[in-house]
Design a binder for this molecule. Structure first.
Ligand SMILES: [Zn+2]
Length: 141
């Protein structure tokens, strides 16, 4: 003969504890792995010019994901693109990386390679018709 103890009160408490724990986890996760606020192509066109909706963001700190590379035409600045600005691993050619946002890193060393996804946080500065991200922090994702 088996003895079964049923206690709905205890079970209710236990479930509440579990739900509280899950809620705490959900609250923690987005802070650590938040999605980027914007895409490069939300801010600049393929010609590098600022898009109209991006002008409202001038002076604000934004976070973007992409690939960072040193563009010859960008001078000391780096370029943030949605596709790697590096030779293709399939065919060896460098494909058009699309819209590129100029980035002035806060630190002189950028350790990310051109094929690593990075998250860049910086302030949008307007330079004529184009934009750049200044005082930018670059983290490998
Ligand atoms: Zn290719």
């Amino acid at each position: 003969m088996t003895l079964r103890i049923r206690c709905t009160h205890d079970r209710g408490v236990a479930r509440r504890h579990v739900l509280t724990g899950v809620a705490a986890l959900i609250a923690l996760v987005p802070a650590g792995r938040a999605k980027a606020d914007h895409r490069v192509s939300d801010l600049v066109g393929d010609d590098g010019m600022a898009l109209p909706r991006a002008r409202d963001l001038v002076g604000q700190v934004v976070r973007l994901r992409g690939y960072i590379s040193q563009g010859a035409e960008a001078g000391p600045d780096y370029l943030l693109t949605e596709s790697p600005n590096a030779p293709c691993q399939l065919c060896g050619l460098t494909h058009d990386a699309g819209a590129a946002l100029r980035v002035q890193p806060a630190e002189s060393e950028v350790s990310a390679s051109a094929v690593q996804v990075v998250e860049v946080t910086g302030r949008i500065e307007q330079q004529g018709d184009s934009l750049r991200l200044i005082d930018a922090r670059i983290a490998i994702v």
